[in-house]
Design a binder for this molecule. Structure first.
Ligand SMILES: Nc1ncnc2c1ncn2[C@@H]1O[C@H](COP(=O)(O)OP(=O)(O)OP(=O)(O)O)[C@@H](O)[C@H]1O
Length: 229
């Protein structure tokens, strides 16, 4: 479950007189829900995903993710260690992929499983299944830099999904994909949602939400409107 209570965000270094990037956010996303995150460029979609992924603290208010409450003050709420362990249950597909350049595609995808301490023999079938799902089985041994943008995006998606996270956050996950690949990715996100993962997808695409009507958070003027699906 993700709950935002009276949340505001101002980036460090911004003048106190500057308007908050996000303000007065009050909404709850139920565990296992699917939510589109919509709004024009610069509306704050990536910033909101960073708050949901506990990569940023709110400047005011409280963000609660899977029972962990995070506020502006580190000493009063969840501490760094608790946040770090919670972040292992949250997977993010970043706009810029963030694949590790010195690891093969398969090792990038295996990374969350290795970090979680999974035995080598048990993780290989999961990695192979994910690579097949995203159509990258033939590129498993290659380095990310040798892949196209769309292939890197699919590798990043496979890495996010392979550990069956409780929360999956995706920032423009179809930006580099052709229409067929985008539909396939949407099927994967819907499958994750049906398996109980809370899924939030930021997109500029009008086609994707039309294909899978669901609840939406619509950002504008720093505020979020929660539209039930
Ligand atoms: N690290 C940062 N430091 C300071 N300001 C930032 C930072 N990241 C984003 N911003 C500002 O926050 C606002 C929202 O940016 P954000 O990237 O969250 O929007 P977005 O809706 O994801 O945009 P896009 O659709 O273009 O990716 C913008 O005004 C941006 O300049």
């Amino acid at each position: 479950m993700l709950r935002f209570t009276d949340v505001g965000l101002r980036y460090e270094g911004a003048a106190l007189s500057a308007p908050e990037v996000l303000c007065d956010l009050d909404f709850t996303l139920a565990q296992g829900s699917f939510t589109w995150l919509l709004g024009p460029s610069g509306a704050g979609k990536s910033s909101l995903l960073r708050l949901m992924g506990l990569a940023l603290r709110p400047s005011r208010g409280e963000v609660e993710v899977l029972g962990l409450r995070v506020g502006p003050n580190p000493s009063r709420m969840a501490r760094r260690g608790a946040i770090a362990s919670m972040r292992r249950r949250i997977a993010t597909v970043y706009q810029d992929f963030r694949l590790l350049p010195y690891l093969s595609v398969a090792d990038n995808v295996a990374l969350p499983l290795r970090l979680a301490g999974r035995a080598e023999a048990s993780l290989l079938p999961d990695v192979a299944e994910m690579l097949a799902w995203v159509g990258l089985d033939h590129r498993h041994a290659d380095r990310p830099a040798t892949l196209s943008g769309g292939e890197q995006q699919r590798a990043a998606i496979a890495r996010a999904v392979v550990g069956r996270p409780d929360v999956l956050l995706a920032d423009e996950p179809t930006g580099n994909l052709d229409a067929g690949q985008a539909r396939r990715l949407l099927a994967l996100l819907i499958e994750m949602h049906r398996l109980g993962t809370t899924v939030v997808v930021a997109t500029h695409s009008e086609d994707l939400p039309a294909r899978f009507p669901a609840a939406a958070l619509v950002l504008g003027g720093g505020r979020a409107r929660h539209v039930q699906g």
